[in-house]
Ligand binder design. Structure first.
Ligand SMILES: NC(=O)c1ccc[n+]([C@@H]2O[C@H](COP(=O)([O-])OP(=O)(O)OC[C@H]3O[C@@H](n4cnc5c(N)ncnc54)[C@H](O)[C@@H]3O)[C@@H](O)[C@H]2O)c1
Length: 365
């Protein structure tokens, strides 16, 4: 589509970018197109007050460009608050590549994407997200230094997912402590939705702790593999949200806590890895509070991955990675208690602390 074949007034009515509901004063949005490789990507830079915008690249078969844009806007904003609350000197950014990672990801496409990242001169630093592997980042590294999440053999800290899972586990234990009075997960009924890189590593920890784990995924083969490996149960029903459970761990894609699901939820706690779990943060955060469901903020408890990749920039070692990730337990407890003290949602409690850190830095500049 070119502007010559679309009426200017019509185009304005569509409010293509700045008018999006998920646009939140993002600093920069970069649309990347390459005819030869078929690359169509969007890089979202939400905020760089605390440092360069670091966030992974997601490759997904979006049904529409609007969906892709909406995703990158939401995800990049989430990164700003994730790094801020974790105490990292990083801003928030994210990239999406439109396409099927299984069939359309080629080395040429990834290299071209790397060139686009490079052209931003370090304002955006990428890493892996859904649809990406450490080997993809190694490839991107050959055309730009602005990439993290690369292999240990290439001087990186390797796949961040197991560390993300460790952080989610610590956040879940803190939420259990707050809700049930003990952080032991033995016997707790826990549904893990999405058993990819992070979900599987989380399942391993939960089954080691003696939790009663149910898994769900759209990939049947993977379900059977994980069931056999850890002795957990595959969820066979068709409406996971309405099942009785102690903890719901969303580890697939975002926005699963929404108008349709909230009224059905019987869980007592939500603690998972997926980014942007609440479809509309203020509204659905409040709805969970009204229903007495404890939500461990996603951008707080899934920060293990960014702690791991940040080590590639700041050069801290594995001990420090683990220490910082373990601390998610304390921060989660603080946030849950803070929400009670101030009679606000856990989303708002976490957001306020992150925003205060950004504002303080901005005012000191
Ligand atoms: N990898 C990390 O370090 C990291 C860090 C922070 C946040 N996250 C977030 O955690 C989530 C999982 O990340 P990942 O790296 O494990 O991704 P992944 O692609 O390895 O795994 C995602 C899994 O979810 C499954 N899935 C997709 N749609 C589903 C559905 N409707 N129902 C059930 N399962 C479904 C997929 O089949 C896949 O097995 C994502 O939201 C990601 O943004 C990941």
């Amino acid at each position: 589509m070119t502007t010559s074949i679309i009426d200017k007034d019509e185009l304005q009515k569509m409010d293509p970018v700045f008018g999006q509901g998920s646009f939140d004063n993002h600093e920069q949005i970069v649309f990347c197109n390459d005819k030869d490789t078929g690359l169509k990507a969007i890089i979202g830079i939400h905020n760089t007050v605390l440092g360069p915008a670091l966030g992974g690249t997601r490759m997904w078969n979006y049904a529409t460009e609007w969906e892709a844009l909406n995703d990158v806007l939401r995800l990049s904003r989430g990164m700003t608050y994730k790094s801020a609350i974790t105490g990292l000197d990083l801003g928030g950014g994210k990239a999406v590549i439109i396409g099927d990672a299984k069939t359309q990801k080629t080395p040429e496409l990834m290299l071209k994407f790397g060139e686009f990242v490079n052209s931003l001169g370090g304002k955006y630093i990428t890493a892996e997200d859904v649809g990406m592997k450490t080997s993809d980042m190694d490839l991107v590294r050959t055309v730009t230094p602005y990439v993290t999440g690369i292999s240990e053999s290439k001087g990186g800290k390797g796949n961040p997912s197991p560390i993300t899972a460790y952080g989610v586990y610590m956040g879940m234990k803190a939420a259990a402590k707050y809700t049930f009075g003990s952080d032991g997960l033995e016997g707790k009924v826990i549904y893990v939705q999405g058993i990819g890189n992070v979900g599987e590593a989380l399942v391993e920890r939960l089954s080691n702790d003696g939790a009663s784990v149910f898994i769900s995924d759209i990939n049947q083969e993977k379900l059977e593999e994980v069931r056999d490996k850890y002795g957990v149960k595959i969820y066979e029903g068709n409406d996971l949200y309405s099942e009785n459970m102690d903890i719901y761990a969303p580890c697939a894609l975002g926005a699963t806590v929404n108008d349709q699901t909230i009224s059905k939820l019987k869980t007592k706690v939500i603690a998972g890895a997926a980014n942007n779990q609440l479809a509309i943060e203020l509204k659905h955060g409040q709805a969970l509070r009204d229903r007495g469901i404890v939500w461990a903020p996603d951008f707080l408890i899934n920060a293990g991955g960014i702690i791991n990749v940040y080590a590639e920039i700041e050069n801290y070692d594995r001990q420090e990675i683990l220490r910082k990730t373990e601390n998610i337990y304390n921060t989660t407890l603080e946030i849950l208690n803070n929400a009670d003290t101030n009679d606000i949602t856990t989303y708002q409690a976490a957001f306020n602390i992150a925003q205060a850190r950004i504002d303080a830095r901005k005012n000191n500049k």
